[in-house]
Design a protein around this ligand. Structure first.
Ligand SMILES: Nc1nc2c(ncn2[C@@H]2O[C@H](COP(=O)(O)OP(=O)(O)OP(=O)(O)O)[C@@H](O)[C@H]2O)c(=O)[nH]1
Ligand SMILES: [Mg+2]
Ligand SMILES: [Zn+2]
Length: 359
């Protein structure tokens, strides 16, 4: 097999379609010898893993990662001697066709690409818990924003009766509209053929959902092997344990690529804040009228929240529970992920310190 043919075969296995193959061919024509084309499989702090022909390549980066999982890019460098990681740098990043982006919420958090070049987003909803339409809406919003096609997977069907599953499917159409809604179980395999139909050669599927919803279990079922770790669900409250901590791209033997993502933990701080903001719209509306941009509503002059409390328009304990939930959101992020914890702390600190004057 020629180098070109070998490269094409590798890229196809990673989920490339003709357009990607063509873009790489053009790019490599003008690249220095030794340039390698591949797909980002995982991003860690200060480095990312490129899935490519032969050994996977670890590429050092500095500052905010220039790539996210699912990106197609070329790197140049030299392989290390026998089994030792070489030294590579990012050479060229192909334009992202779609991207799941964590939106910035005001200026508080920078928007960040979570995963790129996804065709289908599976929003995974477990049937053994109360279904939150609001939560599904948020995942669907994220999915639609990406440019990919969302699909709803109601999973763990073995844990409820058929009528319950059917009722849930009917119920979620209120938020899913015309989208496909699939009922599945990785335990019995029921409905898995319909899920598998979305995973085809040249396509990339990302899974989104809360912790413990069954994303990694679906990945393993689709892979036909336990390639990613799955976790226990606490019996008491059927909450997940945040088993998956990194977004990771895996290649399906029968074609296509899957991107497993962590549950609420990683989207956590941001989604939680969003949810809290939505639930406390009365306070967030008032906040917009405070004189200071980062008013903590403690004793600042010109505080619209304190004014509303003084005028009897806002219950003081409502502000208390808002504070408490925001603090918990920051704490949850801190517990789970140092990087996010730092962001959360920054946000929280900014809120509790004296606010800067609005300009
Ligand atoms: N009965 C049953 N249990 C399931 C099914 N799918 C997943 N589970 C169980 O649900 C638990 C959580 O599954 P995971 O796949 O780890 O969930 P996850 O969405 O990846 O969770 P995070 O990685 O924390 O975001 C595990 O104990 C699985 O065995 C299913 O179809 N039926
Ligand atoms: Mg998982
Ligand atoms: Zn205020």
């Amino acid at each position: 097999m020629s180098d070109d043919a070998a490269r094409t075969a590798t890229l196809r296995a990673l989920g490339a379609d003709d357009e990607v193959i063509e873009a790489f061919a053009l790019e490599l024509e003008t690249s220095p010898p030794g340039t390698v084309a591949g797909r980002v499989g995982r991003v860690d702090r200060g480095r990312f893993q490129l899935l490519a022909a032969g050994d996977n390549i670890s590429v050092a980066t500095s500052g905010v990662s220039p790539v996210c999982v699912g990106d197609w890019c070329t790197v140049s460098g030299t392989p290390g001697p026998g089994g030792v990681t070489g030294t590579y740098v990012l050479h060229h990043l192909l334009p992202r066709r779609t991207a799941l982006v964590r939106q910035s919420s005001g200026s508080r958090v920078e928007s960040q690409a979570l995963a790129a070049n996804i065709d289908t987003v599976m929003v995974v909803v477990p049937l053994d818990r109360a279904i939150s339409r609001r939560q599904i809406e948020r995942f669907l919003a994220l999915a639609w924003d990406s440019g990919a096609r969302p699909v709803l997977i109601l999973t763990k069907a073995d844990l409820v009766g058929g009528p319950t599953a059917a009722a849930a499917a009917a119920d979620v159409t209120a938020v899913s509209g015309e989208l496909p809604v699939l009922i599945a179980s990785v335990v019995t395999g029921a409905g898995m053929d319909a899920v598998r139909a979305f995973v085809t050669g040249g396509s990339t599927v990302a899974l989104l959902g809360t912790s413990g919803s069954g994303k990694s279990s679906l990945v393993n079922a689709l892979m036909g092997a336990d390639v990613v770790q799955t976790g226990d669900v606490r019996q008491a409250d059927s909450k997940g344990r945040h088993t998956t901590t990194w977004r990771e791209l895996v290649v399906v033997p029968s074609g296509g690529a899957l991107i497993d993502t962590p549950g609420l933990r990683e989207l956590g701080m941001w989604v939680d804040e969003e949810g809290i903001d939505a639930a406390f719209a009365d306070i967030t509306d008032l906040e917009g009228q405070c004189r200071f941009n980062d008013c903590a509503h403690l004793s600042e002059p010109g505080c619209a929240v304190l004014a509303a409390i003084a005028a009897g328009e806002l219950a003081p304990d409502r502000l208390e529970s808002y504070r408490k939930l925001l603090g918990e959101a920051a704490f949850a992020a801190q517990e789970n992920d140092n990087r996010l914890a730092k962001e959360a702390q920054k946000v929280w600190k900014k809120r509790t310190l004296e606010g800067r004057r609005k300009t």
